[in-house]
Write a protein that binds this ligand. Structure first.
Ligand SMILES: [Zn+2]
Length: 85
């Protein structure tokens, strides 16, 4: 089923992607996308594939948060916090 999203350009020609779409495409702040225009149709392409459903650091299937488009598990998050504390 096709789902349509309508957005209004701001004064600088920008639009925001709906949260539902960003989540479905695993897009996060800083991720890149490209647009192609052909014969009246615009297609958006993701520069990176949706990350696999696992911790980016230890590959555990458990995920806690997303940082820079990467999923981190609770254990790795705790270790990272200890490193910066
Ligand atoms: Zn981990």
């Amino acid at each position: 089923m096709t789902k349509e999203f309508i957005r209004t350009l701001d004064s600088q020609g920008r639009i925001s992607l709906p949260k539902e779409l960003r989540q479905a495409l695993c897009l996060d702040y800083g991720d890149s996308v490209s647009f192609a225009y052909f014969d009246g149709t615009v297609t958006m392409h993701l520069k990176e594939k949706c990350p696999s459903p696992e911790c980016y650091v230890c590959k555990s299937p458990e995920r806690e948060i997303r940082v820079g488009g990467k999923d981190i598990c609770p254990s790795c998050l705790e270790k990272a916090i200890e490193l910066i504390a």
